[in-house]
Design a protein around this ligand. Structure first.
Ligand code: URA
Length: 423
């Protein structure tokens, strides 16, 4: 086949036949199709879209570029969650051990943060001794054993075609194509070998998809892809216009997750954790459980300790705290009408909680602790949030990102449920 011919087909709005699409992905992964050609193809997809069958074939070809994990030998049902990313999104931390507390295995391959959204592995690496890199055998025995949940780094063997294509899209303005996002995410999740999957597809200022209708289209595309590939898949469409919980950073998000596992924690974090756990347990055949029970009675906390300790972490060790802090206070009496996820995410990133380049490290102690949520009444002088960093020199640029990112008004905003729909 000829790459130019495939590019022309997509450029002119046609559907690429299965064998040509499979060839393109394979030849690109091996280096026989040039980056320039694959970038032109990606742009043609962004502009002209792809049909359901083409998306399925593209995803399958990306899975076939690498290894596929198989947990059928562990003797447990498996389920997983993927979030499209948000600000303060620490949900995986309480969720994986919560679901494992019901005897369902959770093989959660996670990533690191880039830009204003954090990464689950970065958060967990705040815990002294905890390690993200596991071999496939270690992962398998942790899932089969008493821990039952594992959160670790995806090996380089899963969907290498996606790794190469995602990096190319990143520098060619072609990340935003729904068929490419859906196939990218789902190729990794299907190759991971889970039997069922819940997708937390976020919309709003702090999300990858700002717009609810695009998020819905992405969710529907991914649910179809999962289902077509034999993975039981559902999606929740969730609001990411304000940070989840009160903590945005790394160590502080672990602390908040532990509060949730201890039966407390912010209402929104608990609500979303329980909603996602309910989906996961139902898909794994546990219909009669209310996951809130295991948060209340300590089973989820026991499960967390087993999971952290299995990966070398000390669940009792003190977590890093920032050397320097600065508070932002209310400039009038009133009620909080808005705290913008994007502004808070950028500010936390500038404090050192996130990275600008993939090879940078993060400052586990840096971040933002909100003192209030939208709807809370405040008096002039009350603390709105506390910024933490290792050097005070970071506060000015972080504060710039917060200008206009929060608002005090006279009337409380209406209730804003997090879960907006189920697909
Ligand atoms: N996350 C991914 O893994 N891939 C995308 O294309 C977008 C977000």
């Amino acid at each position: 086949f000829d790459a130019v011919d495939v590019i022309r087909t997509k450029r002119d709005g046609g559907a690429v036949p299965e064998e040509k699409l499979r060839w393109l992905v394979d030849a690109y992964t091996r280096g026989y199709v040039a980056d320039a050609q694959m970038a032109a193809f990606a742009m043609a997809v962004l502009l002209n879209g792809m049909g359901r069958e083409e998306i399925r074939v593209l995803t399958d070809a990306m899975i076939a570029s690498g290894e596929r994990m198989d947990f059928s030998g562990i003797g447990k049902r498996t389920t997983d969650k993927h979030s499209t990313g948000g600000v303060g999104d620490k949900i995986t931390l309480p969720l994986a051990p919560l679901v494992a507390a019901y005897g369902v295995a959770v093989p959660q391959l996670s990533g690191r943060g880039l830009g204003h959204t954090g990464g689950t592995l970065d958060k967990l690496e705040s815990i002294p001794g905890w390690r993200a890199a596991l071999t496939n055998d270690e992962m398998m025995s942790q899932l089969a054993g008493p821990a039952g949940a594992v959160i670790c780094a995806a090996g380089t063997g899963l969907a290498p075609a996606d790794k190469k294509l995602y990096a190319l899209r990143d520098v060619t303005g072609t990340v935003e194509a729904i068929p490419l996002i859906a196939s990218s995410i789902m190729s990794k999740k299907i190759a991971e070998g889970t039997e069922s999957l819940v997708l937390d597809v976020k919309f709003g200022s702090g999300a990858f998809m700002k717009d609810e209708s695009r998020a819905r289209e992405l969710a529907e595309t991914m649910v179809r892809l999962g289902t077509d590939s034999g993975v039981t898949t559902t999606a929740l469409l969730t609001d990411m216009s304000t940070p989840l919980g009160l903590a945005v950073g790394n160590a502080n998000e672990v602390r908040e997750s532990v509060d949730v596992l201890a039966g407390g924690g912010p209402v929104d974090v608990v609500e979303l954790t329980v909603a996602l756990a309910t989906e996961m347990l139902r898909m794994a055949g546990v219909d009669d459980a209310d996951p809130a029970d295991a948060l209340a009675d300590g089973r989820a906390m026991d499960s967390w300790r087993r999971m952290i300790e299995a990966q070398g972490g000390d669940a009792d060790a003190p977590l890093p705290a920032p050397n320097e802090t600065e508070v932002i206070r209310a400039d009038r009496d009133g009620v909080i009408t808005r705290i913008d996820a994007f502004g808070v995410g950028i500010a936390a990133w500038r404090l050192g909680a996130g990275r600008a380049r993939a090879e940078d490290s993060v400052d586990h102690a840096a971040g933002i602790d909100l003192a209030v949520k939208p709807g809370d009444a405040v008096k002039r002088g009350d603390i709105i949030m506390t910024l933490g960093a290792s050097e005070a020199g970071r506060f000015d640029r972080a504060a710039d990102a917060l200008v206009g990112a929060w608002e005090i008004g006279d009337t409380a905003p209406g209730p804003a449920p997090i879960v907006r729909d189920r697909i």
